[in-house]
Structures are given as C-alpha cells and as structure tokens.
Design a protein. Sequence first.
Lengths: 188, 188
Amino acid sequence: MVDVLRKHIEDIVSITDEEFALILSYFTKKSCKKHQYLVEMGALAPNEYFVLQGLVKSSHIDQSGRTHILQFAMENWWISDMEAFQKGTYATVDIDCLEKTEVLYITYKDKEKLCSELAKMDYFFRIKSSAGNVALQKRVLMLMCATATERYNSLIRQYPDLYQRVSKTLIASYLGVTRETLSRLTSG
Amino acid sequence: MVDVLRKHIEDIVSITDEEFALILSYFTKKSCKKHQYLVEMGALAPNEYFVLQGLVKSSHIDQSGRTHILQFAMENWWISDMEAFQKGTYATVDIDCLEKTEVLYITYKDKEKLCSELAKMDYFFRIKSSAGNVALQKRVLMLMCATATERYNSLIRQYPDLYQRVSKTLIASYLGVTRETLSRLTSG
DNA sequence: CGCGCGATTGAGTAATTTCAAATCTAGTGG
DNA sequence: CCACTAGATTTGAAATTACTCAATCGCGCG
C-alpha cells in the first residue's frame, strides 16, 4: 500500500530503496473509518496527510453555521490545514473522512528533518507545493469569475468519480452555493 | 536596490556574497511605468516576478467583461501566472503595474537551473511556496465564508497602505463585489 | 472655471437564500 | 416481495441580497 507514495514521489524524482525506506521512516500509517476526524477546528494540527486510499475533505464552519468545503482529497493527494501545520497555530478547518480511508502522515518537524537529510525531498516538496499553488490559484479564479453552473461543470469534468462518491450537499458546499441552488442549477 | 532580494532570501536561508551573485545572475531587472503590462492574458508568461519597488496586480477579465483581481503584489512579493509559468501554457491573467515599479524576473528554466545548482534555493522556494499555499488557502476560505464587509476589513487590517495606494474599484474587484456594493458596505 | 475620473446614491431587476413541504432512494425487517 | 424509515434531493414561494444602469457628487488638475 505504501508503494502508492513511492510511485507518487517517483513521478517527480527517482529514489533508491534505501531512500524510500528513510522517507517512509518519517511517516506513520493510519486507518480511519468513515466520519473519523484527522484534524479538528481549534485543535493543533501538526500533521500533513497523504491519502493512500479513500476520500477525505477539509471544511470550515463559519459564524452562521454554514459549512464550506475547501478541498477534497482522494488517492495520491496531500491535505492539511496548511497554516496550522506550518505555523503551529490552531486549525481553522476540520479534516474528516468521507469513506474508509488509509493515510500516511508526517509532522512538520519530521518533514523539515527529512528535507534536510535528503535534499531531493526539498525538490520534491517544492514541485508539489508549486502544483498546489497552481490549483489554489485556479480555485480562487473559479470562485470569483465562474458561475455556480460553470464551477459545477468544471469540478465534474476534473473529477468525474467525485460525483459518484460524495453527496450533492457536499458538492454544493464546495462550489459555494446552497444545496437547493445547486439542485435548481443542474435540473434547469 | 537588488539588496531587497538578498534580504528577502536571507529571511529564510543565509547565503554568501558569491551565492547571491550567482542567484542574481539568473535574474533580470526591469523598470516599468504605471499601467505597463508584465503578463498579458493569452500570451506566454514564462517569468516569475519579484517586486523590488512599486505595486502590481494580477487580474482576470471574465466572459461578461468583469475584472477580478487575484493578487496585489508590493515590495518583497512574488507574482506570476503560476499555471502559465510552470506549465508553459498561455496566461489566464494580466499582470500590470499600478505604480512605477521595479522588478526582478526569472524564467522557469533558469529557476530550475538555479535550484539544481544551489540546493538551498530548492529549500528557499519550497518555504516560499508553502507560504504562498497558506495565503491562497486563507483567501479561498475568506471568499467562501466571509461577507464582503469582513473581507474588506481583513484586507485593510492586513495591508493598511493598500487602501492609500489603490482605488476602491480595484479593492472591490479583489473582494469580489461591485464598486457600488463596496461603497454601500463601507458607508453603512 | 470646467473637465474628467473616481466614488456615491437611488431605483428597479435578477439571482440566491431561507424555510417549509413534497418526493425520491437505499437499506431493513416482516 | 412489499412496506417502512431515514437520509438525501427536489420543488415552491417569500424574503433577502447583490447587481445593473443611470444620475449625482467631489476633487484634483490644466
């Protein structure tokens, strides 16, 4: 199962068996049930998660009690409360499992230690981080420019199986509209 | 003037004179007038910009002709069309100067070359990129959860001088509302 | 003084939300 | 196989919010 991570890393940079063993030694594997939390709002969140199998989401509950989904993460994706992870502050999002999920996680300190021991991980995480920036920049543009219908079509085009795996209520929370509005948009 | 970049780098990692000379050799300095474009929608955008002095914005004009501001960048900030920069695709945003501006820019290839020659730049850009992720994640949350008033207050709190340097129309475009709506929000 | 640009105000319109009710669906037990 | 229930989805109607478009205001500059 952890070979998923190795393959993921080797998409960017090739590593030896020894190097992968070193990398893996910094990660901890965790199995989670549906609805289990990885990160809870208000708590410390010193871990970054790599999804081996399953599906998780990060979401925020605002003052009005509305839930907004920041990100879905399925197989091969990284997820964390980035600010809480990097600054050691309290989480502003919940991260919880939408399915039975297997993750590997690494602490902030261990990530830094790993990168200092193995320079190619600096490279790897730089590339990953840049890709994350691209995705987030696109998401901001999407939220600002596109109508809910366009955002919906874009999401389904990009992640066809998400539609099968999560409720429309959650998709609406990701798109930034109520479930009623999403329903009306897709039927009309 | 370029010492601004050195100081910026040394906030993260210390470098020698020789190393800074090497770094600098990959950058080109450019002086721009107000309203001058660094990146134009639809064109290639192989450069990443570091603002030495002045103020620029990245923005997107949607199908309806509305302008949306993705980012402001002032002294010590990096800006680019991240996707176009990293993937070599065409830009989806304009980047233009709101004031007389001095920038340093580096091409994608040179950035990669620099990082491969000087591993601490891999580290530096990883850290910067992570910080960018934090900022973007917060921006997404802000766009989804906060009212325009809250977004306005947050922006002004974070960048007090922005209010002095840019028109309210531009601030409205950043917040994701019309200038009329912003005007009503701040007067009421 | 008058021009031009940005900001504000007003009124009508369009879109989204809210709240409630109805419908659909998958899974369970008889 | 069918009825039943819980959860999810859809529909309806009123209320709210933001937008559009037009007009007005305010200020700096020639």
